[in-house]
Design a protein around this ligand. Structure first.
Ligand SMILES: Cc1ncc(COP(=O)(O)O)c(C=O)c1O
Length: 284
């Protein structure tokens, strides 16, 4: 099946679902979103995703159209109507529909949109060779911690990667600090220590990233939330990227210079993450 859509309480096929042309999500990117993984008919870490959604909503001063517990219940309803067991849930809340003007409209009611589709199968060949990244300047704004749908800078950087035959773009600030990728957090392993950018306004604070930090603690792998500079890459024995869909994906190449085979720390974390998902979705 091609998946289901939900718009303000109404479930239809994705093709049939509609929002008005004056929806502020469409006109201004005035909206926030989440993507949640579903396995064996259960959402993985729906709670942390909804907590981040609540933080994004608060940051843009938008009250949710339903209490978060009811959004969770609607997401469960969508899942049971779909009959899917492995899926990808997308949740978006916009500031609603109103005649176009920048300041918040007084009357609009937020639009709650969800889609649920079958999850694409894991790409074993990609995981075996490692993702190819190209470095790109991070042209995004200073609130990358808000999971907004205003993603044009991410889109443009990812397109550069696609044109170069790469899988992702690795973003860096003007002084050379590595932040993250266009749709994933970035980690490097240097002298056995896992390093990633601190959870501040320059990155999206990934739910997968948080799970990796937990796993590092439980596996006693030293991990530091310290920004990496482009010049630190030469010393990195391994690198990986994380996100809801890709989980933990080894990096095999960054630009022309940096090439590595997927390494042992990444492999341990990948396996531990799979076990975590299976445990929390009731498979083990
Ligand atoms: C910019 C960015 N960083 C990181 C992530 C990973 O976040 P999560 O692990 O919550 O999927 C995403 C996910 O879409 C993202 O868009």
């Amino acid at each position: 099946m091609s998946g289901l859509a939900y718009v303000n309480g109404t479930i239809t096929s994705i093709e049939e679902a509609r929002v008005p042309v004056e929806d502020r999500g469409l006109q201004f990117g005035d909206s926030v979103y989440e993507v949640v993984h579903c396995e064996r008919g259960r959402y993985f870490r729906l709670g942390p995703h909804l907590e981040r959604l609540a933080r994004s909503l608060q940051a843009i001063e938008l009250a949710p159209p339903l209490p978060l517990g009811e959004i969770a219940a609607e997401a469960q309803r969508l899942l049971s109507v779909s009959g899917l067991s492995e899926g990808v849930l997308y949740i978006q809340i916009t500031r609603g529909t109103a005649p176009r003007q920048h300041a918040f409209p007084r009357e609009a009611r937020p639009t709650l949109i969800m889609t649920l589709r079958e999850a694409p199968p894991a790409d074993a060949a990609l995981a075996a060779r490692g993702a190819r990244l190209i470095t790109q300047p991070d042209l995004r704004w200073a609130r990358c911690d808000i999971k907004t749908t205003a993603l044009l800078a991410n889109v443009l950087a990812r397109e550069q990667a696609a044109r170069a035959g790469a899988d992702e773009a690795l973003l860096y600030r003007p002084e050379g600090t590595i932040t993250e990728c266009t749709a994933a957090n970035f980690f490097a392993v240097i002298d056995g220590v896992v390093r990633t950018h601190p959870a501040d306004n320059r990155i999206l604070q990934g739910v997968t990233r948080a799970a990796v930090l937990e796993l590092c603690r439980s596996l006693e792998i030293e991990c530091r939330e310290v920004a990496l500079h482009l010049s630190d890459l030469a010393a990195a024995a391994e690198a990986f990227i994380t996100g809801t869909g890709i989980e933990i994906l080894p990096v095999g190449q960054i630009d022309q210079e940096w090439r590595r085979a997927p390494g042992p720390v990444t492999a341990r974390l990948r396996q531990a993450y799979r076990e975590l998902v299976q445990r929390e979705t009731g498979q083990r």
